[in-house]
Design a binder for this molecule. Structure first.
Ligand code: F6P
Length: 536
């Protein structure tokens, strides 16, 4: 956790820098871009457009040492019980082979599972494992929610190709429309399901799995052979068996992997089925490369550590409320959805590990969408609105091999937005535009664009499995390092659990229309309205 002396020093640095222009910092220091650029695992982070200078960076580095970020990283990867409220380790790094030598028993379990995933993938691709009627699989549907959906969904979209091994689909929402739309046009005889649920108790996933099973049956898959069409990924093998999924179709997960950190486990099986085993291992290799880089002790040379320090700086000291992620690649259109769970479920906390209330900002609200689409909607607020924000602009250097002119246009937009966020439009330039249009001095303010928005530019070598692995791991570690700086637990989610509990209480009310005294009158009224509309 941040030392109070570092906290005070950072406050003073922020007060000093609040009126400084990022553009002037760049102008004054010809070495700034090099000094604030870091490379790792196919990523290049350029933090030179962040509102920091040498003195602020030194203070951030001191905060990193004071909070012992490097020591906490060693604890994380070696299996310390970092998730104290659930009494668990958070060993997602082991899934990509990091610090495997320190954990031989768990490594064996992980490797056995990888072997089973590889075997299953090859059996499906080779046609050794077919559907019940002997036809090879053409489609795979991943059924899961939260961490059992967002990671694989994001990666599959990123690796999209015209000729996948299998076409990948995702069903997440318990709204029946989700399943109905996804299964429309698919052939049950050639469709494989993967039911992904760490707990195998998640109501949305189990409802969808039950409906998907019915869809297979009504589509001609004989009940006795339906097992050929269903895999499961879970820690709860008993519940999966009760659902009718045989042990050899179940891939294990472990309670020492958090849902939102689980894309590297068998939760990623859909990636291998869709884009090949080498795509999945490439993802793991990229993440492992980033894990190794994260051992770097100098916080200002450690890419995820610098990202975390800058998030702390922007959110807590510069008063930034939201963080917007702007990937300039349609392939990365689901990235911000994935990062929302990763960062907001992890660090959306209000007390420390020892239960003390945190009175200052913790995690920013994270949002965003693929550039350039947002440019024609919410960027106006970014440029001229009153809300403070920080941003990551992500530009893959190679984003597929599609039309070069269009890709060049995309890159131009990414770089121009990065520059516009920094330079804005000065009062003088605004006055010239306004006066040329006949506006008076006061009215000319409408053409001003303040700029000076702290943000990073992240270049990716390509949207390859390796670079994606590195990118996801970078955000994972940024999230953990921020949690350490804030002194919070990044690996529990009691707020989410509350919603699940109350939903269980409300279900019978919707079904029977009975009045339950423990439910408040407003919720009861809405529940009865739904009951009237649907059950009578
Ligand atoms: O959304 C809350 C959550 O508990 C996530 O942490 C998790 O990724 C998701 O539900 C799904 O849980 P499960 O994989 O157990 O179905």
């Amino acid at each position: 956790m941040l030392l109070s002396s570092d906290h005070a020093a950072l406050k003073a640095e922020a007060d000093r820098l609040k009126t400084v222009s990022i553009a002037s910092l760049l102008e004054q220091d010809p070495g700034r871009v090099d000094a604030l650029s870091l490379s790792a695992a196919g990523l290049q982070l350029d933090a030179s457009k962040q509102l920091v200078d040498d003195s602020a960076l030194r203070t951030l580095a001191s905060a990193a040492s004071g909070a012992d970020l490097q020591g906490k990283y060693s604890q994380l990867i070696s299996g310390a019980q970092v998730n104290i409220t659930e009494e668990r380790a958070a060993l997602h790094t082991l899934l990509r082979g990091t610090a495997a030598e320190a954990l031989p028993e768990l490594t064996e379990v992980v490797n056995n599972t990888l072997q089973r995933m590889s075997d299953a993938t090859h059996a499906v691709h080779s046609g050794a494992h077919t559907g019940a009627t002997g036809k090879p699989f053409t489609d795979v549907i991943n059924i899961g929610i939260g961490g059992s959906d967002l990671g694989p969904r994001m990666v599959c979209r990123a690796l999209d190709s015209a000729t996948p091994n299998l076409h990948t689909h995702f069903i997440s929402n318990v709204d029946p429309h989700d399943l109905d739309v996804v299964t429309r046009g698919l052939n049950p005889e050639t469709t494989l399901l993967i039911v992904c649920s760490k707990t195998f108790t998640t109501e949305e996933t189990l409802t969808n799995a039950q409906r998907a099973k019915q869809w297979l049956l009504s589509g001609g898959v004989p009940e006795a052979r339906i097992g050929q069409h269903v895999f499961a990924v879970t820690t709860n093998l008993t519940a999966a068996a009760a659902f009718g999924i045989s042990a050899d179709a179940c891939f294990p997960m472990w309670d020492w992997v958090g849902g939102r950190y689980s894309v590297w486990s068998a939760i990623g099986l859909v990636i291998a089925l869709g884009y090949g085993w080498s795509a999945f291992t490439g993802l793991l290799a990229g993440a492992n490369a980033l894990d190794e880089h994260a051992r770097e002790v100098d916080p200002l040379k450690n890419l995820p550590m610098l990202m975390a320090l800058l998030e702390l700086w922007n959110t807590r000291y510069l008063g930034v409320e939201t963080h917007v992620v702007l990937p300039y690649s349609q392939r990365l259109e689901h990235l911000s959805d994935f990062l929302q769970q990763l960062t907001m479920e992890s660090n959306g906390k209000r007390v420390t590990l020892t239960g003390e209330e945190i009175t200052e900002a913790t995690a920013p609200v994270l949002w965003g969408s693929a550039g350039t689409i947002g440019q024609h909607s919410y960027y106006q607020l970014l440029h001229q609105g009153t809300r403070s924000f920080s941003a990551d602009i992500i530009l893959p250097l190679i984003s597929g091999r599609g039309d070069l002119t269009a890709r060049r246009g995309l890159a131009a937009h990414a770089l121009s937005q990065s520059r516009a966020l920094m330079v804005g439009r000065s009062p003088e330039a605004a006055r010239q535009i306004g006066q040329s249009r006949g506006f008076n001095e006061q009215e000319c303010h409408q053409f001003e664009i303040p700029g000076n928005h702290s943000h990073s530019l992240i270049l990716m070598d390509a949207v390859s499995p390796e670079c994606l692995g590195g990118l996801i791991a970078a955000y994972e570690h940024k999230t953990y390092f921020l949690a350490v700086l804030l002194g919070i637990n990044a690996f529990d989610q009691w707020g989410v659990e509350l919603g699940k509990e109350i939903a269980t209480e409300i279900q019978p009310l919707l079904e029977t229309g009975a009045t339950v005294s423990a439910i408040d009158p407003a919720t009861r009224q809405a529940a009865l309205a739904w009951h009237e509309a649907n059950m009578t």
